[in-house]
Design a protein around this ligand. Structure first.
Ligand code: F6R
Length: 598
């Protein structure tokens, strides 16, 4: 969701900014723009649509060694060239991520006579800076003054026509990093955008501003006090974010799952092959009388599986909640809760809102994320890293299986530490899972055929399962709808007949998942109910429970771990369905990878 880049150095900034914006495309956007500063002024280019369109619009002869760029995912004002960033006044040019909640109020109070040129909340920031600077404040003071009036989230970068060698940066709640190099400094919402320039980054905290020139980076609090902070080296390699020979990131990331699971096993294994986990995390889990898992979308679905794992293995009660619901409708909490935030990006605003609230209440917090330096990771007391490598496709795949792998390790660790008898070695069983996942790399043609047969022309599709399979069905249906735009629902097998079965008609595709020992026969009964009403059934079962007409049989894995394997055929079916329907698999419409607004 929205992305910012900035460059101040010795080379022409245009190509670096355009490449940076391309690296941020995965986050989701609907328009893009950039501003290049040189002796002749600040030149703005912006376009609705893809970076490729912006690239064509940029005047390649207009060179400048300082610039800022932006991808916009519309919140205030439609996606259009007018509303695309940068926004400008006579002297200043700005790009902004986030949402200014009080922009109407600020506009009425401070800018009543200023005619706005866009429908965005962003424009008030640049107008405020212009106003305060024309009242006699320096740019830095005017910038801090403007930011101090805002409520909401922002990561923002500002250029001053009268000082074109400097980028002024401000941050609150939205992600932002400064990249450091020799005679070059850069700004990025995500390190991936600027790995082309440097791997050395410094984090910016909320309510800080940064003054960036080619030789200096000065971080200040809103009071003007200077802050010193060490830089860190980003652990990702630019090759991690390339597609290689794959046609889509999503397919690459689906295929990476066996490797990711093996990597997690390595990272969480001690020299004596036991689980390696920070003792503070262990104590936080053991000390909790109830765990609250908070997440959104696919991560929420991993949390549903996590609840089952932790309750069954570690005997600790767990509730899994949708972050955006929990935020404004908090249930009565137990006396000693532990909050676990699951988030691929570590930036999801809904989850962060809950984190901020429960921290105020003094509760223990743990984030499970793929991005250790992310906001949720920094702000929670503890972090467990999912080690899945950058996930670029908007539809989450490897992050989901990685989250469940870490959850099962956490559950077994707690069970062992509390002295529960266990005949389940998660590290060994995850190795079996990785091998089972691998067989789907060889079975892609079968899944492509299923997608063609069942989903080429349909307008809807149902996924039914029971117990853990039900949660995987919710994930399978989310994958299908988000990338193929087929209306899909994941249902508990026994629940369909309580209303939704009315939607089944001749030829309606119903994908059934039957991997759970105690309920696979019940699910087959539910499948018969829909077939009797005309459904077109596609049965996915597990070795040991299969029947003759099953379309896919997944290899046998431990009952707790079936979701990690059964989801893979569903991911691939969704992928091929989207492909056959001509959809943009990696960048589905209306979606953003990192959802940094509520
Ligand atoms: C779906 C998907 C989303 C995310 C959700 C939460 O494929 O990716 O549903 O799971 O937006 O994002 P994170 O995990 O980054 O908090």
């Amino acid at each position: 969701m929205c992305g910012i880049v900035g460059y101040v150095g010795a080379e022409d900034a245009k190509e670096i900014l355009l490449r940076g914006l391309e690296k941020l495309e995965y986050r989701g956007y609907d328009s893009a723009g950039l501003a290049i500063a040189n002796d002749q002024g600040v030149h703005v280019y912006k376009e609705k649509g893809r970076i490729a369109t912006l690239r064509e619009a940029v005047n390649q002869t207009e060179a400048g060694t300082v610039g800022i760029g932006h991808t916009r995912w519309a919140t205030h004002g439609a996606p259009s060239k007018l509303n695309a960033h940068p926004h400008q006044t006579a002297r200043y040019t700005i790009v902004h991520n986030g949402v200014i909640e009080n922009y109407e109020q600020v506009r009425r109070e401070y800018l009543p006579d200023v005619e706005m040129t866009s429908d965005t909340d962003t424009e008030i920031i640049v107008q405020l800076v212009e106003k305060f600077a024309s009242d006699g404040e320096t740019t830095e003071v005017a910038f801090r003054h403007a930011l101090s009036l805002l409520k909401g989230s922002y990561a923002t970068a500002l250029l001053d026509l009268e000082d074109p060698e400097t980028i002024y940066v401000g941050k609150n709640k939205s992600p932002l990093l400064i990249g450091l190099s020799d005679g070059v400094n850069v700004v990025a919402s995500d390190a991936m955008a600027m790995l082309q320039v440097t791997k050395e980054f410094v984090e910016i905290m909320d309510e800080e501003i940064v003054i960036v020139t080619k030789d200096n980076v000065t971080i200040k609090k809103m009071t003007g006090d200077v802050v010193t902070r060490d830089s860190y080296v980003a652990e990702i390699d630019s090759s991690d974010i390339e597609k290689g020979t794959y046609p889509h990131y999503m397919l690459k990331e689906i295929d990476e799952q066996p490797f990711v699971i093996r990597n997690i096993v390595t990272k969480y294994k001690d020299e004596d092959d036991s689980i390696k986990l920070d003792d503070n995390v262990r104590q936080a889990v053991l000390g909790a009388d109830r765990i609250y898992i908070i997440a959104a979308g696919t991560s929420y679905h991993a949390g549903l599986v996590g609840k089952e794992m932790i309750e069954k293995i570690a005997h600790i009660p767990v509730e899994t909640h949708i972050a955006s619901e929990f935020l404004y409708n908090m249930p009565i909490l137990s006396k000693k809760p532990l909050f676990i935030f699951i988030s691929q990006s570590g930036e999801t605003a809904d989850s962060r809102g809950v984190l901020v609230n429960v921290k105020k209440l003094g509760h223990q917090t743990l984030t499970i994320t793929n991005v250790p330096g992310s906001t949720l990771s920094r702000e929670a007391q503890f972090t467990l890293h999912t080690h899945a490598g950058p996930e670029i496709a908007v539809a989450s795949t490897k992050a989901y299986t990685a989250q469940m792998a870490v959850l099962v390790i956490l559950a077994v660790d707690a069970a062992r530490a509390s002295g529960l008898e266990m005949d389940f070695d998660p590290l060994q069983e995850l190795g079996i899972v990785a091998n089972a996942m691998e067989i789907f790399t060889e079975k892609k043609d079968v899944l492509e055929e299923i997608a063609r047969d069942y989903l080429s022309v349909t307008r809807n599709c149902f996924f039914i399962g029971r117990s853990m399979d039900y949660h995987v069905c919710m994930e399978g249906s989310l994958k299908l709808k988000e990338i193929s735009y087929i209306q899909a629902e994941g249902f508990a097998g026994g629940e369909l007949k309580h209303g939704t079965i009315a939607l089944i008609e001749e030829g309606t595709p119903v994908i059934g998942l039957a991997t759970q020992e105690n309920v696979h026969l019940n699910l087959r009964g539910n499948m018969k109910e829909v077939v009797a009403r005309g459904a077109y059934p596609c049965m996915i079962s597990m070795d040991g429970f299969q029947e003759e007409d099953d379309k896919i049989v997944i290899p046998k894995v431990h009952n707790y771990l079936t979701p990690l394997v059964s989801v893979i055929p569903l991911q691939l079916i969704a992928y091929y369905a989207a492909l056959h329907r001509g959809c943009d698999v990696d960048k589905p419409r209306n979606l953003a990878k990192s959802v940094t607004v509520e």
